[in-house]
Design a protein around this ligand. Structure first.
Ligand SMILES: *[C@@H]1O[C@H](CO)[C@@H](O)[C@H](O)[C@H]1NC(C)=O
Ligand SMILES: *[C@@H]1O[C@H](CO)[C@@H](O)[C@H](O)[C@H]1NC(C)=O
Ligand SMILES: *[C@@H]1O[C@H](CO)[C@@H](O)[C@H](O)[C@H]1NC(C)=O
Ligand SMILES: *[C@@H]1O[C@H](CO)[C@@H](O)[C@H](O)[C@H]1NC(C)=O
Ligand SMILES: *[C@@H]1O[C@H](CO)[C@@H](O)[C@H](O)[C@H]1NC(C)=O
Ligand SMILES: *[C@@H]1O[C@H](CO)[C@@H](O)[C@H](O)[C@H]1NC(C)=O
Ligand SMILES: *[C@@H]1O[C@H](CO)[C@@H](O)[C@H](O)[C@H]1NC(C)=O
Ligand SMILES: *[C@@H]1O[C@H](CO)[C@@H](O)[C@H](O)[C@H]1NC(C)=O
Length: 588
């Protein structure tokens, strides 16, 4: 009895010392939108960058599903979808809505959490400086606790709650979300290697953060200060179980839509070798196990990942892998090896993009990195993901010139996102008077009918602060149309690199972010006419509508042409008359 009591006391004590950080009693709230058009006149730390970080985190609070706490910060959001999973006798309440509607998707959620935890481990001091670490902790646990519930046993993972097909494209508030909300799982006989491995990666990466397993702190910053060893251990156990499930399921290795076809309409996965590699790498970092690093190298070869080194997003993780291989082999030589090999592979990819030679992407006229195909349905996310990787890799380059080039390119993409673009628009809602005002978000809109999504009501009822939208089209045009989801939708994975980039800049920047100089009306004065070019408006892809500059150029061009034609025709008439005269003479 005594040992049992002692164990209980110790257990309670460990819960007390290792709990979630206390949230500030007076909650941080985004400042008024006009604040984003005022300079701070500060040097370091610069509060404009911490505000950006705070807003990017705040977005996730607006995406919460389940029972909201009494100290919720987003006043217009209500508790919702409290019965998720009940029909399948599993508790799947909570977590995050994926994007502009109310489905919950494990695959992109796990990718987003992996990205955020990796960033908060390498560049976590930015969160501390911005006084945002308690909100980071809160944000992560809201997602991780849900993933823990969704991982009901070693080889069962719930991967989807409701979808566009199941809810009949419901468009409305959070108090009338239609039921039933069907739930779907992968399991030992019907596995999903990609989703299991990505979720393992998320648990392992976040375990590293919560355990304070920093990489060499002379190369990277310190992790955000939210250490909780008990939680880190729990996360690591889930990571190890899911990795085993991904690798050795009885049903073999396969993409998850083969087991759950319902996920295909939104997040069909193209492969799983990249997720397996990522899971093995974060687990080798977490455990110091060299065998896992070797397994990761094995997957890289087996799945020929070098041949699909293209975009970094929720589906394709290949470009991040050489960075992670390099980080581990450079800072933990007892775990990883071949630093110079991985450094070269990473630099070959980054050089191709930065030097625009054999690049997997091209630059738009306005300077956005564009991956044809992937950028068409959310153009900013792939560019920001590259910017984030470049910045993370920059301390590991072979030369200081390369380092400078990488940082400059990364900054160009981040600055584009923050308003240095042909639209004069920072593509983050609620940040500046020129920010998008009609994001594709059902709860923020306040309308009830998808047929009248653009007009009823015309303006969003609520501002979804901190949400990064999909982004402009290939001609750098942004139309701010609510039903145009490729441009205007918001999503968990879009914001993930924004957090890490904002934390990096909070740590290092002395100047204000670009957008503070954009005054009210800047976007309206250049807002394009015509229609966008994307999946919702394919007719807009036939010919780009012209902006003012192009119109002037066109007018000048037409004038020159008509002058030339006029001049030539005058000359021709002169010749005709002369010939006629001569003809007359001849006939005479
Ligand atoms: C920054 O300086 C400008 C010009 O001196 C001033 O108008 C502005 O109010 C200052 N902003 C802040 C936040 O102090
Ligand atoms: C963070 O908190 C410290 C201590 O209260 C304060 O001095 C500092 O100004 C705060 N920083 C920001 C960006 O709010
Ligand atoms: C996991 O749960 C399912 C039922 O939900 C069961 O069929 C399966 O045997 C369980 N697997 C393990 C490893 O416990
Ligand atoms: C939350 O509930 C309030 C009060 O009923 C309502 O006005 C608001 O529109 C709801 N929010 C959403 C996102 O539906
Ligand atoms: C395993 O997953 C498949 C696909 O989601 C599902 O059809 C099947 O019912 C699941 N098996 C169990 C025992 O729940
Ligand atoms: C970096 O790590 C060393 C060794 O663990 C430690 O002594 C030092 O305080 C750390 N530096 C920072 C800035 O955390
Ligand atoms: C997968 O199964 C093989 C063969 O039984 C075993 O050697 C390996 O350790 C297993 N992998 C994991 C991650 O459990
Ligand atoms: C890493 O190094 C080991 C031994 O030095 C070698 O066998 C292996 O092929 C190398 N891996 C890569 C990816 O170069």
């Amino acid at each position: 009895m005594y040992p049992a009591l002692l164990a209980l006391v110790l257990h309670t004590a460990s819960l007390l010392v290792a709990a979630q950080l206390t949230l500030p009693s007076s909650p941080w709230q985004p400042p008024d939108i006009s604040d984003g058009a005022k300079s701070s006149n500060e040097s370091y730390p610069n509060s404009k960058w911490s505000t950006l970080l705070g807003e990017a985190l705040y977005f996730y609070e607006a995406q919460r599903s389940g029972e909201l706490p009494s100290n919720k910060r987003v006043p217009w959001r209500n508790s919702s979808a409290l019965d998720d999973g009940r029909e399948a006798r599993v508790d799947l309440a909570g977590g995050y809505y994926d994007a502009g509607d109310y489905s919950k998707q494990t695959f992109p959620l796990a990718f987003s959490l992996t990205s955020i935890c990796w960033g908060a481990t390498d560049f976590g001091k930015g969160y501390d400086l911005a006084n945002q670490t308690a909100y980071l902790d809160d944000m992560l646990r809201w997602g991780l606790d849900w993933l823990i519930k969704a991982h009901t046993n070693e080889s069962t993972l719930w991967v989807l709650v409701a979808s566009k097909d199941s809810d009949g494209s419901y468009w409305g508030g959070d108090r009338t979300i239609p039921i039933p909300r069907p739930v779907y799982q992968v399991n030992d006989t019907n596995p999903g290697t990609d989703v299991a491995a990505q979720t393992a990666a998320a648990f392992a990466a976040c375990s590293n953060l919560y355990a304070n397993r920093a990489l060499d702190n002379s190369t990277f910053s310190t992790p955000a200060s939210l250490k909780d060893d008990t939680y880190a251990d729990t996360l690591l156990t889930h990571a190890q179980q899911l990795y085993k499930f991904a690798v050795n399921a009885t049903g073999g290795r396969k993409v998850y839509q083969k087991s759950v076809p319902e996920v295909a309409s939104a997040y069909a996965s193209s492969d799983y070798g990249d997720e397996l590699t990522m899971a093995a790498l974060f687990l080798s970092w977490a455990t110091g196990d060299q065998q896992l690093f070797l397994e990761a190298e094995g997957y890289w070869e087996q799945y020929k990942l070098a041949e699909s080194n293209r975009v970094y997003n929720w589906d394709s993780k290949v470009p991040a892998l050489p960075v992670l291989f390099s980080q581990i082999s450079k800072t933990q030589p007892n775990v990883g090896s071949n630093f110079s090999t991985w450094q070269r592979i990473a630099e070959t990819y980054f050089d191709s993009i930065v030097n625009k030679k054999d690049s997997p992407a091209y630059m738009t006229g306005g300077g956005l990195l564009w991956f044809e195909g992937d950028s068409n349905s959310a153009s900013l996310n792939p560019a920001l993901n590259v910017a984030m990787l470049l910045r993370r890799f920059s301390p590991l380059t072979t030369s200081s010139e390369k380092k400078a080039d990488y940082l400059a390119f990364a900054d160009s993409q981040f600055e584009y996102t923050l308003g240095k673009n042909p639209m004069s628009m920072p593509f983050i809602v609620g940040l500046n008077p020129n920010s998008p005002s009609k994001p594709h978000s059902a709860p923020a809109h306040g309308g009830n009918d998808v047929e009248t999504i653009n007009t009823d009501p015309e303006n969003n009822a609520y501002t979804i602060y901190g949400a990064l939208v999909g982004g402009p089209d290939r001609w750098d045009r942004y139309f701010d149309i609510r039903n145009d989801w490729p441009q205007s939708e918001v999503a968990l994975d879009y914001n993930a690199p924004l957090l890490t980039l904002a934390s990096m800049h909070t740590l290092s920047a002395t100047k204000d972010p670009y957008y503070v100089q954009l005054q009210e009306g800047a976007y309206l004065s250049v807002k394009p006419s015509g229609i966008p070019c994307d999946a919702v408006y394919p007719e807009g892809c036939r010919a780009p509508a012209m902006n003012k500059g192009a119109k002037i150029a066109m007018a000048v061009c037409l004038t020159v042409v008509s002058l030339v034609v006029f001049g030539l025709s005058g000359y021709y008439i002169f010749i005709l008359i002369r010939n006629a005269k001569e003809g007359t003479e001849y006939t005479a």
